[in-house]
Design a protein around this ligand. Structure first.
Ligand code: HEC
Ligand code: HEC
Length: 100
C-alpha cells in the first residue's frame, strides 16, 4: 500500500486528544442531564393508597371505583387516567388483602 493512501491514520489531528473548552462544556452538560434523570426517578409523587381498613380490604378495581368514581364519596380528579392498575401509581397499602 503506497504511503499516500495511509494518510488517514497519520493525519496530525488524530495524534492525541486534549480536552478543550468545548469538551469541558459538553461534559458538564452531559453530567447535568444525567443528574436530572437520576434525581427525577428517585421519588414517586403520586399519593399512596391510604393504609386504613377500607383500603386494605378493597380487592378489585370495581371496589375502588365504588367510592372513587364520579358520584362516589371521593371521586378521582376529572382528567384522571382510566388505567386499571391503581397500585402501579398509588402505592399499595400495607397489609392489603387482595390477590397475591
Ligand atoms: C369505601 C370507600 C372507598 C373504597 C372502596 C376505596 N377508597 Fe380510596 N378513599 C376513600 C376516601 C373516603 C378517601 C379520602 C379520605 C382518606 O384519605 O381516607 C380515599 C382516598 C384515596 C386516595 C387519596 C389519598 C390521599 O392522600 O389523598 C387514593 C389514592 C385512594 N383512595 C385509592 C384507592 C384505591 C386504589 C382503592 C382500591 C384498592 C380505594 N381507594 C378504595 C374511600 C374509598
Ligand atoms: C397512571 C397512573 C395512575 C393510575 C394507574 C391510577 N391513578 Fe389515581 N391518580 C394519579 C395521579 C397522577 C393523580 C393526581 C393526584 C395525585 O398525585 O394523587 C391521581 C389521583 C387520584 C385520586 C385523588 C387523590 C386525591 O385525594 O387528591 C384518587 C381517589 C385516585 N387517583 C384513585 C385511583 C384509583 C381508584 C385507581 C385505579 C382504578 C387509580 N387512581 C389509578 C395517577 C394514577
Amino acid at each position: 500500500m503506497p504511503a499516500s493512501e495511509n494518510s488517514f491514520n497519520s493525519s496530525p489531528e488524530r495524534k492525541g486528544w486534549k480536552p478543550g473548552k468545548r469538551d469541558a462544556f459538553f461534559l458538564t452538560f452531559v453530567a447535568a442531564v444525567v443528574m436530572l434523570l437520576v434525581l427525577g426517578t428517585s421519588e414517586r409523587t403520586t399519593r399512596p393508597t391510604p393504609n386504613d381498613a377500607t383500603h386494605q380490604q378493597a380487592a378489585s378495581r370495581t371496589a375502588c371505583m365504588e367510592c372513587h368514581n364520579a358520584d362516589g364519596i371521593h371521586p378521582q380528579p376529572e382528567r384522571h387516567t382510566r388505567a386499571d392498575q391503581c397500585f402501579q401509581c398509588h402505592v399499595q397499602p400495607e397489609g392489603w388483602v387482595g390477590a397475591k
